[in-house]
Design a protein around this ligand. Structure first.
Ligand code: ZN
Length: 277
C-alpha cells in the first residue's frame, strides 16, 4: 500500500469523476490526503473525505497564492484566484472534525507576487503573517502542517524557526515540506525542525533530486502526487491521480537501489506517524 499525502481531489479537475478516482485509489490499496487551498476548497476536501469511512482524509488551510486576486497559467491551465483573508474561526471549526488530519496547504510563494515594489513588500508581509497564524492554529490544535514553498526557502525557514523556537514546550515542529524543491543542506534544516519532505512525479522526469534521494534516510520522506498537477512519467500531459503515486515510489526505489516494498513501507509508516491515519 501507499499513501498519496497530497492530492487536490477537491479541485475542478475532478469535479465530474472524483468518486471514480477515489474508488480506483481505494481498490489499489491507497490512502489519500486532500489539502485545501482556501476556505471553499478546504470545505470541499472535508466533504469528500467525510463520505469515506477510511482511506480518504482532508487538510484545511489558506494557500499563499490565495491572498491576492490573480490569474496565471500553470501547466497549460489558466488558474484564477480570488483573494481571501485568513479567518481563524472558519478553519478551526473544520479542524475539529475526525476526517481532518492537518493544516494545509499553507506557506510562502514568491513566484507570482506583484512587480510593484510597495505591493511586493506588502504581499510578502501578508504571506508571512498568514503563515504564522496558521502555524499557530496547527500548534493549538496539535495537528501537523503541510507546507508549500516556492522561491521562498529563506523566509519559510525563518518563519518556522522563529515560530517553534518561540514555543517553550515544544521547540520542534511537526509537518512536511511538500513537493520539496531544495537541496541536501535545506532538507536537513527542515529535518532538524522536526519536518519531513515529500516528493511528487517531478522526480520521474527531472534528476535534480537524485543525489539527495539516494542519501535521504528512509524515515525522512513521503510520496505524493500533487494531483491534478505534476503527473509522473509515463503519464505526462494527463491529469494526475492518486494511483500514479506508484510511479513516484518506483522511481525512488530505483534511485536508492532498494525494493519498491521498502519505499512503500517506509513512506507509509512516515505518513501514518505524521498524520495519524
Ligand atoms: Zn498542493
Amino acid at each position: 500500500m501507499l499513501i498519496d499525502t497530497h492530492c487536490h481531489l477537491n479541485f475542478q479537475a475532478y469535479k465530474d469523476d472524483v468518486d471514480d478516482v477515489i474508488r480506483r485509489a481505494l481498490d489499489n490499496d491507497m490512502v489519500v490526503i486532500i489539502p485545501g487551498a482556501d476556505i471553499v476548497t478546504s470545505k470541499r476536501a472535508v466533504a469528500i473525505a467525510g463520505k469515506y469511512k477510511t482511506g480518504v482524509y482532508a487538510a484545511v488551510g489558506l494557500h499563499p497564492v490565495h491572498l491576492q486576486d490573480q490569474e496565471f497559467v500553470e501547466e497549460g491551465q489558466t488558474v484564477k484566484m480570488k483573494s481571501e483573508r485568513f479567518e481563524r474561526e472558519n478553519y478551526a471549526r473544520l479542524l475539529e472534525l475526525d476526517e481532518v488530519v492537518a493544516v494545509g496547504e499553507v506557506g510562502i510563494d514568491y513566484h507570482y507576487i506583484p512587480e510593484d515594489a510597495d505591493k511586493r513588500k506588502q504581499n510578502k508581509q501578508l504571506q508571512q503573517l498568514t503563515f504564522l497564524q496558521q502555524l499557530e492554529l496547527a500548534y493549538d490544535a496539535d495537528k501537523p502542517v503541510i507546507v508549500h514553498c516556492r522561491d521562498a526557502h529563506d523566509d519559510v525557514l525563518k518563519s518556522l524557526k522563529a515560530f517553534y523556537r518561540g514555543k517553550k514546550k515544544r521547540q520542534r515542529g511537526r509537518g512536511v515540506l511538500h513537493c520539496f524543491s531544495g537541496d541536501w543542506d535545506l532538507a536537513w534544516q527542515y529535518f532538524e525542525l522536526g519536518f519531513l519532505i515529500s516528493f511528487t512525479g517531478l522526480i520521474t522526469f527531472n534528476n535534480t533530486w537524485d543525489e539527495l534521494l539516494c542519501k535521504c534516510p528512509l524515515d525522512k520522506f513521503m510520496v505524493e502526487t500533487d494531483g491534478p498537477f505534476m503527473s509522473p512519467l509515463p503519464y505526462r500531459g494527463k491529469r494526475n491521480e492518486p494511483c500514479y503515486v506508484n510511479e513516484v515510489a518506483q522511481r525512488i526505489a530505483e534511485i536508492k537501489n532498494v525494493k519498491f516494498a521498502t519505499v512503500a513501507a517506509a513512506t507509509t509508516e512516515n505518513a501514518r506517524l505524521l498524520f495519524g491515519v
